[in-house]
Write a protein that binds this ligand. Structure first.
Ligand SMILES: O=c1[nH]cnc2c1ncn2[C@H]1C[C@H](O)[C@@H](CO)O1
Ligand SMILES: [Zn+2]
Length: 386
């Protein structure tokens, strides 16, 4: 049988397929050329390279250290050039444009407002500048024939002590471009319960949050994020694999925490390339996404930091297609999972799934029907064609 359900999608199809991105850092996705421009405009002289191409390579290599802590050091340069309203607007607009050009139809992009106050902006000014940038990027994308909707997630840094303040900020801008909250930064030594007050506040406000957990630290971090803090989703969560036993005969046994995560349909924001760089996984082939997909966890595919990982949503899917032979059906499964797990209202998620995602994949799946037949004669093809 020949149909798109059995053949692998091409790079072009992967790019055109509607995609949903839940885990992408604004300060981890700048265009290298923009960093160079902004450094010149704002007088930042700390960049390790002045040439955009070399700078892009520098970020990828510096982030390729095998350690989350060293990976995070590279953000000093991106945050350094994101300290004015104009810079934040430009970076946010380009982010929306780049995602849309890559076929992303819905994205939740996160950043830590507290990291953009060095030149006197207030937290509110930061949020409003980024929101304006996203709206501008959505407009420009539309002019170029793409449709995208971008929501912001406000991140608090886990080594700092401003989580409650940032959670309040997220709540205040809830109907104005901000769809949720997150904590990020070094995981080992900074358990999510340090910020329990922020999570309890958001729960009382019926608001949504995700927590980076189970990336550089294992099960205790995931357990705390879910059972103490009440996270709606897990940023990464790959280490849940530590609670799953695969025997030599192929049988699989889930521990209590892994069972809970699967039974409760807790969304896992998988970021394969980022995990290879920080040492959370050793190769695409051995990335837990393969097993977790087979076990039907609620998995989503994400970029984390497009600049540091030299990646895009399409590239992440290309790696998965090549490694696990995922089809368009698999891509749709990941995409519907992501849309179900988004922080916008249910009716909007449903409309995105039914009116944008499913028709988009259906169109791609139907392409083989319209492929032009060659000049081969019926005789040379044999007589058993149906
Ligand atoms: O993968 C990550 N794990 C933990 N923290 C991260 C990761 N990627 C980026 N961050 C941090 C660095 C950024 O400055 C911050 C806000 O986007 O979030
Ligand atoms: Zn992240």
């Amino acid at each position: 049988m020949t149909s798109e359900t059995t053949t692998l999608p091409t790079s072009e199809q992967i790019r055109r397929a509607p995609k949903v991105l839940l885990h992408d850092h604004l300060d981890g996705g700048l265009r290298p050329g923009t960093i160079v421009d902004l450094a010149r405009e704002t007088g930042y002289d700390g960049l390790p390279e002045a040439d955009p191409e070399k700078l892009g390579i520098w970020f990828r290599e510096a982030a390729d250290s095998g350690s989350l802590e060293r990976y995070l050091e590279t953000f000093a340069h991106t945050c350094a050039v994101m300290q004015t309203k104009e810079a934040l607007q430009r970076v946010a607009a380009e982010c929306a444009e780049d995602l849309a050009a890559d076929g992303v139809v819905y994205a939740e992009v996160r950043y830590a407002p507290e990291q953009h106050l060095e030149q006197g902006l207030t937290l509110e000014e930061v949020v409003e500048a980024v929101n304006e940038g996203f709206r501008e990027g959505e407009r420009r994308a539309r002019e170029n024939g793409h449709r995208i909707r971008v929501g912001a997630l406000l991140t608090a840094m886990r080594h700092a002590a401003r989580a409650l303040e940032i959670a309040e900020l997220a709540n205040r801008y809830r109907d104005f471009g901000v769809v949720g909250f997150d904590i990020a930064g070094a995981e080992a030594g900074f358990p999510p319960t340090r910020h329990l007050d922020a999570f309890e506040y958001l729960k009382r406000e019926n608001n949504h949050f995700t927590i980076h957990a189970g990336e550089a630290f294992g099960l205790p971090s995931i357990w705390q994020a879910l059972q103490w803090c009440g996270a709606d989703r897990l940023g990464h969560g790959v280490r849940i694999i530590d609670d799953i036993e695969v025997s030599d005969d192929g049988s699989v046994k889930l521990g209590r925490l892994a069972s809970y995560v699967r039974d409760k349909r807790i969304p896992l924001e998988m970021c394969p390339t980022s995990n290879l760089q920080t040492g959370a996984a050793t190769s695409y082939a051995e990335h837990p996404i393969g097993l977790l997909r087979r076990l039907q966890f609620r998995l989503t595919v994400n970029t984390d930091n497009r600049l540091m990982s030299g990646t895009t949503m399409s590239r992440e899917f290309e790696h998965l297609v090549k490694t696990f032979r995922y089809t368009l059906d698999d891509m749709q499964w990941f995409t519907v999972n992501a849309m179900k797990s988004a922080f916008i209202p249910f009716d909007e998620r449903l409309a995105m799934i039914n009116d944008v995602i499913k028709p988009g994949y259906a169109e791609l799946r139907a392409e083989w029907l319209f492929r032009q037949v060659g000049t081969t004669s019926a005789a040379s093809r044999g007589s058993d064609a149906v």
